[in-house]
Design a protein around this ligand. Structure first.
Ligand code: UDP
Ligand code: MG
Length: 305
């Protein structure tokens, strides 16, 4: 008897994509003879996403759905799906079919061979512009270094063994970062390359602001190094102060430009101090939110057995 695959699909304002996704993914898995369930997570959509999930459930009883009381973000939606999934293995993919469902049977076969995390690795970043590609490249090389995890080519398209899912669900952090945490937990891994397909309906939910927030939140989830910037600035300005003092003793106050130099240095040091306070404040904020112990998400509706 083949083992069940759960497919977790986060959906935020995807009323045009849900039924197509359910039909396509279900079709691929039925053709491959893989028992499945599709777990849609409506991440507090403002459009008819939930109604679309109900219709998809009506058309295929293997479709299940949960709905958040408001938008909590994709990573939390993924974790909600993982907590609801019942399969022996669980895949995660986007609702917009940018992650090709045809790859699922190949990923499932690798899982059957004993791999516990089968990662979808992007061969091509689809329709993203050169600037976006460069930013994404820079972001992942910085975060890979800071977090000591290789996340450069990784994506949210993955298939995981039940054991990996249970490990992820046992992690206590409130602010979950799916891509980073799946790298963090380890396990036997395999990779499957895929080309990012074009979106056929709806729009990408990422603005520059939300991407920047995502970048900061992911770095701070894995590394305390940014806080050490304060020490670096301390040494730097300490050296400048000593050198300035020595020069003052030698040259005296008469030389032109001293005052400007001092003023610039003092303002620069002040800017660095404020920057470091902001960084440390960010970490304190994280600790504060974690200490509140609030839930990662709130589920308001469910459908499907
Ligand atoms: N998504 C979500 N919550 C959000 C934003 C996005 O559940 O707050 C879902 C979205 O519906 C899609 C997936 O995450 O299934 C990827 O989003 P999107 O296509 O906007 O991202 P991109 O492909 O542009 O990186
Ligand atoms: Mg997309």
């Amino acid at each position: 008897m083949d083992k069940k695959l759960s497919v977790v699909i986060p959906a935020f304002n995807e009323e045009d994509m849900v039924e197509a996704a359910a039909r396509t993914v279900g079709g691929v898995l039925r053709d491959a003879g893989i028992p499945y369930e599709l777990v849609f997570v409506d991440d507090g959509s403002k459009d008819g996403t939930w109604e679309a999930i109900l219709r998809a459930h009506g058309a295929d009883p293997n479709v299940r759905g949960v709905s958040f009381s408001r938008n909590f973000g994709k990573d939390r939606a993924v974790f909600a799906g993982l907590s609801k999934a019942r399969g022996e293995c669980v895949a995660v993919m986007d609702c917009d079919l940018q992650h090709p469902p045809e790859k699922l049977p190949e990923m499932y076969a690798l899982w059957e061979q004993g791999f516990e995390v089968v990662e979808g690795v992007k061969r091509d970043r689809g329709e993203e512009s050169g600037l976006h590609r460069a930013c994404a490249g820079a972001f992942y090389s910085v975060i890979s270094k800071l977090a000591k995890l290789d996340m450069k080519r990784s994506s949210d398209f993955k298939l995981m063994d039940r054991r990996v899912v249970d490990t992820l669900l046992s992690l206590p952090e409130e602010d979950v970062f799916f891509r980073g945490l799946t790298a963090f937990v380890g396990y036997r891994r395999a990779e499957v390359e895929f080309d990012v397909a074009q979106r056929t309906a709806g729009v990408s939910k990422w603005s520059f602001k939300s991407l920047a927030r995502y970048a900061v939140s992911s770095v701070t989830a894995f590394s305390a190094a940014p806080m050490q910037l304060a020490a670096v600035f301390g040494v730097l300005f300490g050296v400048i102060a000593v050198v300035t003092g020595i020069l003052y003793a030698i040259v005296g106050w008469d030389a032109d430009g001293w005052l400007v130099f001092l003023a610039v240095m003092i303002l620069l040091a002040l800017a660095c101090v404020l920057l470091c306070m902001g960084i440390i404040g960010y970490y304190v904020g994280r600790t504060f939110r974690q200490s509140l112990g609030r839930p990662r998400f709130i589920i308001s509706r469910e459908c499907g057995e």
